[in-house]
Design a protein around this ligand. Structure first.
Ligand SMILES: [Mg+2]
Length: 368
């Protein structure tokens, strides 16, 4: 039996940003965009390089190299929890949320990737898998799309990728939304689940009114009907939504307390968490344990390729968001990006770590 006694000091840290234009203009209820910026972090220890990433503005890469790197270079890469804590302490006076949380998330994912690579093991095996594959819901249906574009996208997810659920954005022009929801229902048929996401665009009374409108089309998930800053509003709506319609939120959770507040106030039916924001694999595992303690299901937000292994290990995980932008970027720029099969993704057990390798040559043209 071989025990790994030897330390693996973090030798170097590198971060780069890549801005990738969307394939069409995109918008949700509170934001519009024509490009997405991917920030890739690489951590090298004992000759192995692990990767992690986040979706945030380009200066996050500078923040990683200028502020966080010095907190962990030279430290033992095996002790991911200790390094996670050192990074949290480093940003105490800067603020732990927002940019700092996304930068820490990218590095934490890279540290877990290094650890699994040092052991030559898939990350899901190292974490302890609770399942062999992760169910997907197709996510897009931007408010900039024509009815035909929505129909085509949703039809592909359900009838080609086998997704059991799909999600569209609402709230840019609320008065148009009942029609858009009807188009979506028509595209996917009666069997598939239909979700809507307002990204916090509505007020409480509006949200209640539109929830009742959407109920006639069998909408079963209403995400961020009001801003997630309005925890009392979420809780009130959760109890007032029509039967069979769940309330989901949590994508802007950065610290464990952000999630605890949503759970302790009974503000949600399903908690969402994003490994690129909530403190990486370490943070996501803690959120998963909270969900278990509160008996609430967990849904993984965006970045499906990076969530895959930890999503396999999260006990109450219900599904993973198969977000149009990120699926496109991950398949373009990462070797080993998962493909949807029968409405799910699964780790490639022959690849170590999170199973991803960044295609530097392909990324070069998008480098900031
Ligand atoms: Mg959302």
């Amino acid at each position: 039996m071989h025990l790994t006694h030897r330390e693996a000091p973090v030798e170097s840290i590198r971060a780069r940003a890549y801005t990738i234009p969307t394939d069409r203009p995109e918008a949700d209820g509170t934001y519009a965009w024509q490009f997405t910026t991917l920030v890739v972090a690489e951590v090298t220890a004992a000759g192995k390089t692990g990767i992690g990433y986040t979706y945030n503005d380009a200066f996050t890469a500078q923040f990683i190299e200028a502020t966080l790197a010095s907190a962990i270079v030279g430290e033992d890469a095996w002790n991911v929890d200790a390094l996670w804590l050192r990074m949290q302490q480093r940003v105490r006076n800067i603020g732990r949320s927002g940019i700092a949380a996304t930068a820490i998330s990218a590095l934490d994912c890279a540290l877990w990737d290094v650890k699994a690579r040092l052991l030559d093991m898939p990350l899901a095996r190292l974490l302890g898998a609770a399942r062999s594959h992760v169910p997907l819901y197709g996510s897009g249906g931007f408010t900039t799309y024509t009815d035909d574009e929505v129909r085509d996208q949703l039809d592909r997810w359900v009838h080609e990728d086998g997704c059991r659920w799909v999600k569209i954005k609402i709230g840019t022009e609320p008065v148009r939304d009942p029609h858009r929801v009807e188009v979506a229902r028509d595209a996917i048929g009666a069997q598939a689940g239909l979700f809507v996401d307002a990204n916090g665009a509505l007020d409480r009374k509006q949200a209640l009114f539109y929830a009742q409108e959407f109920a006639q089309y069998g909408v079963e998930w209403f995400e961020e009907p009001v801003s997630s800053d309005d925890v009392a509003g979420l809780a009130l709506l959760r109890n007032a939504l029509p039967a069979g319609m769940e309330l989901a939120a949590g994508e802007y959770g950065y610290t464990l307390d952000d999630f605890r507040v949503l759970l302790a106030n009974e503000a949600i039916d399903v908690l969402q968490a994003d490994v690129t924001r909530c403190g990486g694999i370490t943070g996501f595992l803690r959120v998963a344990a909270l969900c278990d303690a509160f008996h609430v299901p967990l849904s993984a937000h965006c970045a499906p390729a990076l969530h895959l292994h930890v999503a396999c290990a999260a006990p109450r995980l219900r599904h993973q968001e198969w977000f149009h932008d990120h699926v496109r970027i991950e398949s373009m720029l990462f070797e080993g990006a998962p493909r949807a099969r029968n409405g799910a993704i699964a780790p490639d057990w022959s690849r170590p770590g999170c199973g991803l390798d960044f295609k530097h040559a392909d990324g070069h043209r998008y480098a900031v």
